[in-house]
Design a protein. Structure first.
Ligand SMILES: Cc1cc2nc3c(=O)[nH]c(=O)nc-3n(C[C@H](O)[C@H](O)[C@H](O)COP(=O)(O)O)c2cc1C
Length: 259
């Protein structure tokens, strides 16, 4: 459960996964100062995948962004990180927490790989700029009404784990750059290995940079799902894990029953 950014209402983040969507049309008026302060507080409380990687997230205005044909939002999260093994997966895992919290709070958001911040924003951090997330009040429906509205691969195409359909459904619904859904989950329902598929040559040009972010997002959805089913999650990186041909290994999730 999380507390909404816009009221004291408690929301189950698991439920949000089944209705969230990327929002691309925004009311241009800025959010209330109080809400922006709550967002800043939450940014300081995000759970990292790896706690030895320095990250920095700034709230910037739409005027601080080179849009490159994307529609402007009133606010953006500008996400910076040091360049260390696992840093993109770490950011996907961390910032998907905000994407779901925005959606749970009536605020629209969208990961944005195409636009970039203007020079003064880039100079404002010692870390490397990685990606933006647009956010603000939506002027289109915030939520999907039914999971059939998600354009996603079927479970058989993203996993070969038996008896884990309910557990993995939230992973199937995770967002990814150009909706490429580059993930594959194997192992057992108590010890899940997260891989990405190598994209074909043409797709690779667009998605290579984003694949580790996408997998981090999917791993976060898996953690939320496991906790919903009363499992604790230990996420490990096993350098010696065997990797099927055409795949990249990201993480192993050990799921145990609570208590
Ligand atoms: C890493 C990443 C980068 C993205 N970049 C863009 C972008 O530049 N522009 C855009 O309109 N959507 C972008 N998206 C949103 C995806 O297109 C969207 O998540 C996907 O099509 C699935 O749709 P949904 O989020 O509505 O479920 C990005 C998503 C991710 C995860």
């Amino acid at each position: 459960m999380v507390t909404s950014l816009t009221s004291e209402v408690e929301v189950d983040i698991y439920d949000v996964i089944f209705k969230r969507k990327s929002i691309r049309k925004y009311d241009n008026s800025p959010l209330d100062e109080g809400v922006l302060n709550r967002i800043s507080e939450e940014l300081n409380n995000l759970t990292p995948l790896y706690d030895d990687i320095k990250t920095d997230v700034k709230i910037i205005s739409g005027d601080d962004v080179k849009l490159r044909s994307m529609k402007q939002a009133p606010h953006y999260l500008a996400i910076f990180s040091e360049n260390k093994e696992g840093y993109l997966t770490n950011l996907g895992f961390m910032l998907q927490q905000m994407d779901l919290l925005f959606s749970a709070s009536g605020i629209g958001s969208c990961w944005q790989g195409i636009p970039s911040p203007k020079g003064h924003v880039l100079k404002s951090s010692d870390l490397n700029f990685i990606i933006l997330i647009a956010f603000g009040m939506p002027t289109e429906p915030l939520h999907r009404e039914d999971t059939s509205e998600f354009k996603r691969k079927s479970l058989e195409n993203i996993t070969d784990i038996e008896d884990a359909d309910e557990l993995l459904e939230p992973v199937r619904l995770a967002p990814s750059a150009i909706n490429s859904q580059p993930w594959f989950f194997t192992g057992t329902k108590d010890m899940i290995l997260a891989y990405s598929n190598k994209p074909n040559f043409l797709k690779a040009v667009f998605v290579n940079k984003y694949i580790p972010i996408d997998v981090g997002i999917a791993i976060y959805h898996l953690k939320v799902s496991a906790e919903h089913f009363k499992k604790t999650t230990k996420i490990m990186f096993n350098k010696n894990e065997t990797t099927p041909k055409g795949c990249n290994y990201y993480a192993t999730l050990k799921l145990d029953s609570e208590g």
